[in-house]
Design a binder for this molecule. Structure first.
Ligand code: 13P
Length: 340
């Protein structure tokens, strides 16, 4: 393991007010996104769409890393340049999703654990060869009224995340450690804070036990936010306060960056919440983004698979990049949405 290289890649992804574009939708997930805008999910349409994202002018000033899916890491632009080479040439680190999805946790109805540790060492070696500089593994923690998540599900997911992170560092890849507490339920923001605290406490205990170099990783958590079906929704200030309180209690200052997932928030909400947190800075870590839907939803809506819509789709991505970059320094304001 080359600690200097790991630290330098981790820092560069979140340097200069940058963040991450999560473009690592698995086959079924990208199909869902394409279905919503009437695009058939063929390999060529997926390639065309990802090329549109990666060739958008100017994104490198806001994007330090892009997370790819296995198929995408093996694909190339129309001129034959592999996507990993294209991105690296623009100063953007290519990354790879390496987990194999959340599966039912045996004997714990309703809980999930993420699969993908078997054969991971060999897959990481290949991904490194293909040009990946970092990796991502997502643990999924659901919340219900009472028993979900169980203590054991939190523990099992934390353990898997740490096993993955250690294997990544052994292979010379920066691990993005993603424990996602879902915002799907009817729970209030207090419950989300309690569960997120429990999850982060378990994750950092396991990372420590597995000897993971904190300076050579990034954390990708959920924001502390009320469930989508909760009648009492918190405003950006409440979300920022609860999220920062929770992170300060559990995330060591040695971690170079926190890159939030958007998790079902609208593009505008995700930007506003990030902005609010950075207004409350400085923080011990870079407070940044690794958005999938919050960067791509407006792009897909503009594109709809039509070549003639490509300029509008790229403009939509460029706009979200610009606004999230402003949110990295607390300089975003909702009225910029209309001006841009
Ligand atoms: P969202 O921002 O759409 O939650 O996606 C981020 C991600 O990579 C989830 O694993």
């Amino acid at each position: 393991m080359n600690s200097d290289e790991l630290m330098s890649v981790a820092q560069s992804i979140v340097a200069a007010d940058k963040g991450v574009l999560a473009a690592d939708e698995s086959g079924p997930t990208i199909k869902k996104r394409f279905d919503a805008v009437g695009v058939e999910s063929t390999e060529e349409n997926r390639r065309r769409y990802r090329e549109l994202l990666f060739t958008t002018e100017g994104i490198e000033s806001a994007i330090g890393g892009v997370i790819l899916y296995d198929e995408t890491l093996r694909q190339a632009g129309a001129d034959g340049t592999p996507f990993a080479t294209l991105l690296a040439g623009r100063g953007i680190s290519p990354g790879i999703k390496v987990d194999q999805g959340a599966k039912a946790l045996a004997l714990y109805p309703g809980d999930k654990v993420t699969a993908g540790l078997d054969g991971l060492r060999e897959r990481l070696a290949e991904y490194k060869q293909l040009g990946a500089q970092f990796a991502k593994w997502r643990a999924v923690i659901d919340i219900d009224e009472r028993d979900i998540p169980s203590r054991y599900a939190v523990q099992a997911n934390a353990h898997a995340l740490a096993r993955y992170a250690a294997l990544c560092q052994e292979a010379g890849l920066v691990p993005i450690v993603e424990p996602e507490v879902l915002m799907d339920g009817a729970h209030d923001i207090e419950r989300c804070e309690a569960v997120t605290s429990q999850v982060l406490q378990a994750v950092f205990a396991e990372l420590d036990a597995h000897r993971v170099l904190l300076e050579g990783m990034l954390l990708k958590p959920n924001m502390v936010i009320a469930g989508m079906k909760c009648a009492r929704q918190a405003d950006a200030r409440q979300v920022a306060e609860a999220t920062l309180r929770c992170l300060r209690r559990h995330v060591p200052a040695a971690v170079p960056g926190i890159v939030f997932l958007s998790g079902g928030q609208s593009a505008e909400e995700a930007t506003a919440n990030l902005n609010e947190m950075n207004k409350m800075g400085p923080h011990p870590w870079q407070v940044s983004f690794s958005y999938g839907r919050a960067l791509q939803a407006p792009v897909l809506a503009a594109w709809k698979g039509q070549e003639s819509n490509a300029p509008a789709a790229q403009a939509a991505l460029a706009k979200r990049c610009r606004l999230n970059r402003l949110a990295r320094t607390g300089d975003y304001a909702p009225d910029l949405e209309a001006l841009d």
